[in-house]
Design a protein around this ligand. Structure first.
Ligand SMILES: [Zn+2]
Length: 384
């Protein structure tokens, strides 16, 4: 979570001329009243006064000072500015100043009402969704493609039928935080508005995209959101050190474009994108989120675009042990066969591919059967 990954990203985007003529907002720290939309007063106070515990206890109060959530000087201020950035982006869209906005520092989707979790102190994206609910929006679709389950955001709106949360993530039996099962579907009046698609370790671009397209567009179309909020964590990459999926930057770019297109199709173009996880600080995050920025700007950076030498020199100086990437893609193959119902079109002839397809199709069907009926859709009909 070193801020260097954000610096490298902005430097790469600038070196490609991507940000020429683009309005950059300088965020202020979020007000306490906005933090309290999601977090308890006790917790905010604990963050403000936190000191790294000596001899780190196993379960420190509020999760502060655990190995995942070490206390650092200025933690409250830094976490509040992240919230302020995502809020500024949401406000620009709500006030009609922009159709789309991106907050790459945001996406702290694990933070809970009364605890830090998974490197996340304040849940900027849940705060922004709550703010949008109070400012004219009552149908918000939250799409989370981070490799980890978007548990904090799901929890915040689990009983709220105005927010559809969809998370595509590595299977909870194989990865922290061990939630995000298809059976988690929302509570009470919100049943059917939490959707979880867990995918197996080793899942590649083609299967991930097959699964995404078999679940997300149908649910978004049925929900008819006024805005799409996307958490764009890039720890799904095959090189990511914390998880086990096998996506390329090309596949991640395809996911961003798909989410943008859903916002265009169903939410009059309103799209708030935030960052998230991603621990390939030099080789993955800068390229992936530069593509995210390009996607939001309707500017195409082809995957075979050469990376400017000045950027390569800059990251070499900062991280001499890492071999910087040379092009904006990984040569990933993003062609995929669309899911076509439980009957299926049958085998491809490649046993390994067939196995991978059966695995994602099993997940798709479990997720659709758990939720699609609640949305008025047919779980088994590929046209839904
Ligand atoms: Zn993550």
């Amino acid at each position: 979570m070193k801020p260097a990954r954000l610096k490298f990203t902005m430097a790469l985007a600038e070196s490609l001329g991507l940000l020429d003529g683009v309005e950059l907002l300088a965020p202020a720290a979020a007000d306490r009243s906005d933090l309290l939309r999601i977090h308890t007063a006790d917790y905010v106070e604990a963050v403000e006064h936190a000191r790294q515990p000596v001899g780190a206890p196993q379960a420190p109060p509020f999760g502060l000072g655990s190995p995942d959530n070490p206390v650092f000087p200025g933690m409250h201020q830094a976490a509040s500015v992240i919230v302020g950035g995502t809020l500024a982006a949401a406000q620009a869209i709500a006030e009609g100043r922009s159709r789309r906005a991106v907050s790459i520092a945001g996406g702290m989707h694990h933070a809970m009402a009364a605890s830090a979790s998974g490197f996340c102190v304040y849940n900027d994206v849940a705060v922004a969704i709550s703010w949008l609910l109070d400012h004219g929006f009552d149908r918000i679709a939250y799409l989370d493609v981070d490799v980890h389950h978007g548990d904090g955001v799901q929890r915040a709106f689990y009983g709220d039928p105005r927010v559809l949360t969809i998370s595509v993530h590595q299977h909870p039996a194989t990865l922290w935080p061990s939630t995000g099962w298809p059976e988690e579907t929302g509570a009470g009046a919100a049943e059917g508005t939490a959707i979880n698609l867990p995918v197996l370790p080793g899942t590649r671009d083609a299967q991930w995209l097959r699964g995404f397209h078999a679940v997300v567009p149908g649910a978004v179309a049925a929900f008819r959101p006024q805005i799409v909020v996307s958490q764009c964590g890039v720890d799904t990459h095959r090189e990511d050190p914390l998880a086990d999926l096998a996506l390329t930057v090309d596949g991640q770019r395809a996911a961003f474009r798909a989410m943008r297109d859903l916002a265009d199709q169903y939410a009059e173009g309103r799209w708030l994108a935030v960052g998230g996880g991603g621990y390939g600080l030099v080789r993955v995050v800068p390229r992936a989120w530069t593509h995210l920025l390009a996607t939001a700007l309707d500017r195409t950076i082809a995957p075979d675009t050469a990376i400017p030498q000045a950027w390569i020199d800059q990251v070499r100086a900062a991280a001499p042990q890492v071999d910087p990437p040379r092009t904006m893609g990984d040569g990933g193959d993003i062609a995929y066969r669309p899911w076509d119902g439980p009957g299926g079109t049958g085998e491809t002839g490649d046993p390994q591919l067939d196995r991978a397809e059966r695995a994602i199709d099993t997940a798709v069907l479990a997720t659709r059967r758990a939720t699609f009926g609640l949305l008025g859709l047919d779980p088994e009909d590929p046209r839904d």
